[in-house]
Design a protein around this ligand. Sequence first.
Ligand code: PSU
Ligand code: MN
Length: 301
Amino acid sequence: MSCAIHPAVEEALDAGRPVVALESTIISHGMPYPQNVTTAAEVEQVVRDNGATPATIAIMDGKFRVGLTSEEIERLGTAANVLKASRRDVGLALAGRRIAATTVATTMIGAYAAGIRLFATGGTGGVHRGAESSMDVSADLPELGRTPVAVVSAGVKSILDIGRTLEYLETLGVPVITCGADSFPAFYSRESGFPTPARLDTPGELAAALAAHWTLPSAGGALIANPIPQAEEIEFSEMEHTIARAVQDAERQGITGKEVTPFLLGRIVELTGGESLTANIALVKNNAALAARIAAALSGV
Ligand code: PSU
Ligand code: MN
């Protein structure tokens, strides 16, 4: 698979300097305008401040694009016809020359093709509540099982079934390591009620574990969970009611397939009067900083 790499990203990769991939669905479908565009730029700056080069990934003009200009990020954040592209949409997006935002799954594919091993986002997809009847399981999970890129996220959002998501990741052989805490985090909240499958405390330890994991035959990805900073946290018990209501609204309105996650995220922002968005922005930046530090440790900087 060929991709068009931004010159600044290419230069860093050629020199063996740390690079962190960033996804674009969070820009097109994960946050409202204009916070989506300002956050995307701020997150790139956080990566730089922590010693790595950012590479926001999307599909445009028939190419996988690794590293975007600020005009391209603005386009992704404002255009009405942006496709949310997971693995199965990539061929359609490339051949149809669509403007497409990449999900966690697809960003992993683009990152790996470009030679990037660290990727920061807010939260990954997972097993949805009620999946035992709807079978709604994000394509992010099998991607984590097959593509050797480490995804730094604030754990799994409680719009999902956290327990089943952790079970599925175990089945797929995906290491799930929380940085600096014993509880697996729940996106807006530092604690989910589930213990983390593994814990490490420093970027150096995380980098060493990833490097060792990637010596396995047909090793896939890893999930590095990074709890939201305490000052920005919304308690799990406080979010639970809001999330249950958003899930109920999605069911009532017959929302299915790839629309479910964007609908829930938008509804939660409405129901919390924007408080969830503030937390979301804070945790993405926190993840970008950790990913940059792990990338630096991994490349021996
Ligand atoms: N979680 C967020 N914000 C997001 C997403 C997840 O907090 O924008 C996006 C990511 O791109 C993720 C996708 O890969 O939603 C998952 O969608 P689905 O559940 O349809 O697989
Ligand atoms: Mn789904």
